[in-house]
Design a protein around this ligand. Structure first.
Ligand code: HEC
Ligand code: HEC
Length: 309
């Protein structure tokens, strides 16, 4: 964990003490740990080489640079970044953690067809998408040193893995559909109980001396409406396995869906593919029950992007 974050956490009251309301303590807490990990995912995840194994040569320099970009894109790939997130915010442990879309789970699976853009994507093109949507920035051109370094890091981390076979722990958890349709009010209750402590009551995260200690979940500094995390199923799978930070797999599946819905029912920067109208942009790119783009929630039509706060 980053030193700034440890400092911040040390200043907070203990998690367990302050995120339970009196009513929750009185009522029996029915939290079931992950019953949703599939047989393949339960298999032992791949162990990437330790950081200390990065070779001390010209190739190793690119690997190390790729890691730096991954951790602090706003510093090392500034020209392509439009928010205060880092790759590591969503791909935990420097892109190593199973079930948080680790780089070693992705690299051996490309080139791959993506329904998002209807053609076969190289790994570099997949990386471009992260900058355009998750980082709300601009895609570095193919061959750009930023992409070369990131690809070197992912390739190095995948050493020894078979090509083309989805490794256990790749991607995010795929949760089964919830029993009850995801709900804003229930999600808000969970957010206040389990998330606001770090991500802020307004979801804007925490900055210390201009440095993001806890990332924003919505608003102008977060991922945009074209990002994968905007889809409730992706967000629910990420949250179930990884949040609250350090307490992954403690939320019920229903809680994960509800809080993912709540998070994704807030404004964020416009989808860069916006074609002039929210409804036609929804029809072109968001025609799924997993996206709230273009839906009306609490009287607000989502997808306006620019109207913030
Ligand atoms: C806001 C969260 C978020 C941030 C920030 C983010 N990503 Fe991602 N990333 C995702 C999600 C969600 C997916 C999966 C999307 C999907 O499956 O449709 C993904 C997918 C990927 C994949 C493909 C994974 C696979 O298994 O196929 C790679 C590689 C990747 N991201 C790299 C990056 C890099 C590099 C950065 C920083 C420049 C970055 N991401 C920033 C959320 C994020
Ligand atoms: C103890 C502090 C803490 C708590 C509590 C917590 N998070 Fe996080 N969250 C983090 C940190 C730190 C990161 C970035 C992880 C990293 O960079 O290693 C993160 C990342 C995220 C991300 C991806 C990055 C982004 O900004 O979109 C999402 C989504 C998220 N958290 C949602 C939640 C939800 C929902 C809850 C409540 C169920 C929650 N978190 C509770 C600390 C916390």
């Amino acid at each position: 964990m980053k030193p700034a974050r440890l400092l911040w956490l040390a200043l907070l009251p203990p998690l367990a003490a302050c995120n339970r309301s009196a009513s929750q303590v009185a009522a029996p807490i029915t939290r079931t740990p992950a019953a949703t990990v599939s047989a393949t995912d339960a298999a032992k995840p791949f162990r990437p080489p330790p950081e200390s194994a990065i070779p001390d040569d010209d190739f190793g320099k690119q690997v190390a640079l790729g890691r730096q970009i991954f951790m602090e894109p706003g510093r090392y790939a500034k020209a392509y970044v439009g928010n205060s997130l880092s790759c590591e915010n969503c791909h935990l442990d420097a892109g190593r953690l199973a079930h948080s879309a680790p780089l070693w789970g992705a690299y051996p699976m490309y080139p791959a067809y993506r329904s998002k853009n209807h053609h076969v994507n190289t790994f570099a093109e997949r990386l471009q998408g992260c900058f355009r949507y998750s980082m709300n920035g601009n895609a570095p051109p193919l061959g750009d040193p930023v992409l070369v370094a990131l690809e070197s890091y992912a390739y190095w981390m995948s050493k020894g893995e078979p090509v083309g076979a989805a490794p256990p722990g790749h991607g995010y958890l795929k949760l089964p559909k919830p029993r009850l349709a995801p709900d804003y009010a229930r999600g808000e209750t969970i957010f206040k109980r389990d998330c606001a402590l770090c991500h802020g009551g307004n979801g804007q995260g925490q900055q210390v001396a201009g440095h993001t200690v806890f990332p924003p979940l919505w608003g102008p500094q977060s991922f945009n409406w074209g990002a994968g995390m905007e889809q409730i199923n992706n967000a629910a799978g990420f949250i179930k396995a990884n949040m609250p930070l350090g307490q992954g797999n403690t939320l019920t599946d229903q809680d994960a869906w509800d809080v993912a819905y709540f998070m994704d029912a807030h404004e964020r920067p416009q989808d860069p593919r916006f074609n002039g109208s929210i409804s036609t942009t929804r029809a072109a790119y968001h025609d799924t029950s997993d996206s709230l783009y273009g839906s009306t929630v609490n009287g607000h039509v989502l997808g306006q992007g620019t109207t913030w706060p």
